[in-house]
Write a protein that binds this ligand. Structure first.
Ligand SMILES: [Zn+2]
Length: 231
């Protein structure tokens, strides 16, 4: 299992969950669940990457958190409530291990270690969402774009990201023309290359220099809450 949480499970916990797990390929832009709706499955991404987005009455959506092989999507709804607080959308196509909500709930209720892992993980999602709010309010779009590309690169495990500029603009909550200008600046400086629907990260180190502090802050939260030796 190429998912950090599933990998961290003890043998007993994994055995409890195993009957409910199914590796499923997902296409880009698949909506896993809508906000304020009941959900019946949770998702442990392996090669796929999922965005948790806030939808507005105008139809716009802005990203609150990005979850990939380092996490799970929908776990808090599984523990109780069953209602999703955001829309879950597949940002990059790939495999996701799908688990029934009842399966995860009953396994977590039998295992304090699994319950603790899921609660710590939900804290990382909360940490991302609060960082996104601060980032949106105070950081320059170019630094935010660098941050966003680095996080997507970490989760996708590749330097080639299949994103259109329209999609980037939507996730970052800015106009498409703004993303075009910023992407052009990054390309001219040799940090990225972009062609139709694809962004190639050329110089990740320089991208890190250009990113706002939020990239490292979120990474630190993940390491503290879910890093090695936490279970
Ligand atoms: Zn920021």
């Amino acid at each position: 299992m190429k998912n950090l949480l599933l990998n961290q499970l003890s043998q007993d916990d994994f055995k409890r969950l195993e009957p409910y797990l199914k590796i499923t390929p997902f296409k880009q832009h698949t909506i896993l669940f809508e906000a304020e709706r009941e959900i019946d499955r949770v998702y442990f991404p392996t090669t796929g990457v999922v965005s948790l987005v806030v939808t507005l009455e105008t139809g716009e959506m802005v990203e609150a958190a990005m979850v990939g092989s380092d996490g799970v999507v929908g776990a808090s709804a599984a523990l109780d409530g069953r209602i999703s607080l955001s829309r879950g959308i597949v940002q990059l196509a790939g495999d996701i291990v799908v688990c029934s909500i009842d399966g995860l709930r009953s396994a977590a209720l039998q295992s304090p270690t699994l319950l603790s892992l899921l609660i710590r993980h939900e804290q990382t999602v909360y940490a991302q969402a609060q960082q996104s709010a601060a980032c949106f309010a105070t950081h320059h779009i170019q630094a935010r774009l660098c941050r966003w590309l680095l996080r997507a690169r970490d989760l996708a495990g590749t330097d080639t990201l299949n994103f259109t500029q329209e999609y980037l603009a939507e996730m970052l909550g800015v106009r498409r023309t703004t993303v075009t200008v910023e992407a052009h600046t990054l390309q001219s400086a040799g940090l990225i290359k972009y062609a139709r629907g694809k962004i190639q990260i050329v110089d990740a180190e320089a991208l890190q220099d250009g990113a706002c502090e939020c990239y490292e802050t979120v990474k630190r939260h993940y390491a503290r809450l879910l890093g090695p030796g936490k279970q």
